[in-house]
Design a protein around this ligand. Structure first.
Ligand SMILES: C[S@@+](CC[C@H](N)C(=O)[O-])C[C@H]1O[C@@H](n2cnc3c(N)ncnc32)[C@H](O)[C@@H]1O
Length: 249
């Protein structure tokens, strides 16, 4: 990489925001090893033996690597101040292996996951971690299932459910702004408590650029989102713009 590009990257907005996120975590450190010690890692390894990696699986999909995934999810919890907030009820959409809700429980919160049942490893890990989940598929312009309760926080990390179909060139057909509006309205009206929040965290695009194209950024901002790095945070009340903890450590 050219020196000028390296320099640009070092001082990009994202790098500065990332530094700020780290600094905020340092002010309230969490010992991930204490959480890791509560896990039966040999059982996780057995699950992986039972359900081996698919050929060409990406390294990030090593869900048996509890040390990595607990670390990531402690950071997610810290970024939402869940390490020092009163007990909350949390719904995690696309909960995957269940690590986020496991970490949340360690901090005193109660959680429910929602996911498809396509990945047998996730069935095994959520059972092992004792993470409750509802099996359901999220579709565009279709309400989420009735869950019989409202939540203080609805989360979705490394969101995938907006990907509708893969094109021949490997890119995805994705939800349109109208699909996002329907989804956010549905969660606001049916699943969030009056002071509840919705957090959506997105993978970067395959070329490394932000998920938030200018069209999607405009769409999310119009719905009252506060956008920080890869994340969009919404209040239950569309007229309120909620704050990430990063604005005040
Ligand atoms: C990249 S994984 C992320 C898992 C977890 N949130 C994390 O960050 O580790 C995406 C998850 O979304 C789930 N998912 C994908 N499409 C979905 C859909 N249409 N409805 C519900 N869940 C879906 C997958 O099964 C998977 O668990």
């Amino acid at each position: 990489m050219q020196l000028s590009r390296k320099f640009q990257k070092l001082f990009s907005v994202d790098a500065i925001e990332s530094f700020w996120e780290h600094a905020c975590r340092w002010t309230h450190p969490v010992n991930s090893r204490r959480i890791l010690a509560t896990l039966d890692r040999s059982e996780l390894a057995k699950l992986r033996d039972q359900y081996p990696h698919r050929p060409n699986a990406r390294k990030i999909n090593a869900y048996e690597n509890a040390a990595y995934w607990i670390g990531i999810n402690v950071e997610r919890a810290q970024d939402l101040r869940l390490d020092r907030s009163p007990p909350l009820r949390i719904l995690d959409l696309g909960c995957g292996a269940g690590y986020f809700l496991y970490v949340c429980r360690f901090f005193g919160h109660e959680g429910l996951g929602l996911d498809t049942d396509e990945e047998p490893l996730f069935r095994g890990t959520t059972e092992l971690l004792n993470v409750r989940r509802v099996v359901s598929r999220i579709h565009p312009q279709v309400s989420l299932p009735e869950l019989g309760e409202k939540f203080d926080l609805v989360t979705a990390h490394r969101v995938c459910f907006h990907r509708v179909a893969r094109r021949a060139n490997g890119e995805w057909n994705e939800w349109a702004p109208a699909d996002w509006k329907f989804f956010i309205d549905d969660i606001r009206t049916r699943l969030l408590k009056p002071n509840g929040r919705l957090l959506l965290d997105f993978n970067p695009r395959p070329n490394g650029s932000s998920f938030f194209t200018s069209e999607l950024r405009a769409c999310f901002l119009a719905q009252g989102a506060r956008i920080f790095r890869s994340k969009a945070l919404f209040a239950a009340d569309p007229n309120q713009r909620p704050r990430f903890r990063q604005t005040r450590c």
